[in-house]
Design a protein around this ligand. Structure first.
Ligand SMILES: [Zn+2]
Length: 472
């Protein structure tokens, strides 16, 4: 049997109806080559700082990507056989070619998933592969990718430029000294890599090692963060430090969207419990809720845009958490309330025109019932793009269908690739651009929007809105 071909169809994700497809092609032509603005993601700043070659195909594509290994795990694969590091130092597969072969044997599991589309896009456009990845082609793939990764054109900075990235944000904890960002600055390289302030380790009393993290916050800020006022000052200090490395945003990954407006005495009491490791359950939830409100207050002062990514039940699998730690593909979405949860914060700051709070969800039932009406009213609120499990063609489509008629396009903020997988960045932005152009083309074909307006919206969704919303 002939080896199956790998081909990216030029009309992929565009409407099947010929009239709408022709409009979509024209709109896509306007946005296809626009620079990438990536205001939220999880790439490693050391890549840009030290510009070392990516070591091998498995380390680039498989080992760090929980989208990939969660699927293999769900089908009975052992993470150690995929080279995923364990906390206890038990042996894991060291041979990247063996890891790659295991991945290739299971590539069929990704049929119909966005991961498959992102990977195929990278394989075809970046590595000029023209056959499908299968067990039979695994070594051909490995050799081609390994050979390319050894070339200067495949180093992180060269890829950054090839991807036409205008700006990319990484995400760091306040307990991070930002050494990689310092090194990027010191190197004189002109790529724009900025940080974003993600304070979960120091605002969530249930985060691993919270009291230790607070001690580190004191050290790094030079401010005693073991009392409530000092703690808030230390956070202000670190926000300013992050701003000096280009940060324009904060990011909050809380289990819920709960916000609180507690009395000072109550804040001090909860903080006292937290720094001694005794703030758990409902009290931890109240503390996190108060801290979202405090972060909004600080954002009003320092201008950092606030992102709230709630509703993930992190590390749902306790055995896997014990053996491998966080971010192992065991984070599961939960039902998420926004209308009641955000009210204490919105009562204080919802009408502020100088504050931007970007809301994300893993609970799609909230789009039309809660999120679009909230963002379609409060000046401080915007809607973040389809996130994580929903960052996929149908998920993006549902986002537009469930929000546009209430919140319009201009209460949304463009696209986030939100990725750790560097090579997937162009693919992810391309998918978002195609899906938005398809949606707009159908509005035009349905005589609901003129094509010149759709053209303007397409460019705004692909480029301008992210820059405006994130103050880039
Ligand atoms: Zn993220």
């Amino acid at each position: 049997m002939a080896t199956p071909r790998l081909e990216l169809h030029p009309d992929r994700l565009l409407p099947p109806d010929p009239e709408a497809r022709a409009i979509a092609r024209r709109l896509y032509g306007l946005v296809e080559k626009l620079p990438i603005v990536s205001p939220h993601g999880h790439t490693d700043p050391r890549w840009y700082a030290y510009d070392q070659p990516f070591p091998d195909p498995a380390t680039l594509f498989v080992v760090p990507d929980h989208y990939i290994f969660r699927m293999l795990y769900s089908q009975g694969a052992n993470l150690a056989d995929l080279g995923v590091p364990r906390l206890d130092g038990e042996p894991i597969e060291q041979d990247p070619r063996k890891i790659w072969r295991r991945f290739a044997e299971h590539y069929y599991l990704f049929r119909g998933t966005p991961t498959r589309a992102w990977l195929d896009h990278s394989f075809a456009t970046l590595f000029d592969l023209d056959v499908r990845l299968t067990a039979e082609t695994a070594d051909h793939y490995y050799d081609r990718i390994a050979e390319r990764l050894a070339q200067p054109a495949y180093r992180p900075r060269a890829l950054f430029e090839r991807f036409n990235i205008e700006v990319i944000a990484t995400t760091e904890s306040p307990t991070d000294p930002l050494d990689a960002h310092k090194a990027i600055r010191a190197s004189g390289w002109k790529g724009r890599v900025i940080t974003a302030f993600r304070p979960d380790p120091v605002v969530d009393p249930e985060f691993e090692n919270f009291p230790v993290n607070i001690a580190r916050l004191s050290d790094l800020s030079g401010i005693d963060a073991t009392n409530w006022d000092g703690y808030l000052d230390a956070l202000r200090n670190r926000r300013a430090y992050f701003k000096s490395f280009g940060a324009t945003s904060t990011d909050h990954g809380h289990p819920t969207a709960r916000t609180c407006d507690l009395s000072r005495a109550e804040c001090e009491r909860l903080f006292g419990l937290a720094i001694t490791g005794r703030c758990v359950g409902e009290e931890a939830e109240m503390f996190r809720g108060q801290m979202l409100t405090e972060m909004a207050r600080m954002s009003l002062d320092d201008g950092l845009v606030m992102q709230i990514h709630p509703g993930s039940f992190r590390s749902h699998n306790p055995q896997l958490f014990a053996s491998n730690g966080r971010d192992m593909g065991a984070d599961i979405p939960t039902r998420t309330d926004y209308v009641h949860a955000l009210k204490p914060m919105l009562d204080l700051f919802g009408n502020e025109r100088d504050l931007t709070i970007i809301l994300f969800t893993l609970d799609e039932t909230a789009y039309s019932r809660e999120l679009a009406p909230l963002a379609g009213h409060y000046p401080a609120l915007r809607l973040g793009p389809a996130w994580w499990f929903h960052d996929a063609p149908h998920g993006m489509r549902r986002f537009r269908e469930l929000t546009t008629e209430t919140a319009g396009f201009y209460n949304t903020v463009g696209f986030n690739d939100d990725t750790r997988a560097f090579c997937s960045i162009p693919a992810r932005h391309d998918v978002a651009r195609r899906v938005d152009c398809a949606y707009l083309a159908e509005l035009v074909a349905g005589r609901r929007l003129d094509e010149d307006e759709a053209a303007e919206v397409a460019v705004d969704l692909a480029y301008n809105l992210a820059k405006t919303a994130y103050r880039l």
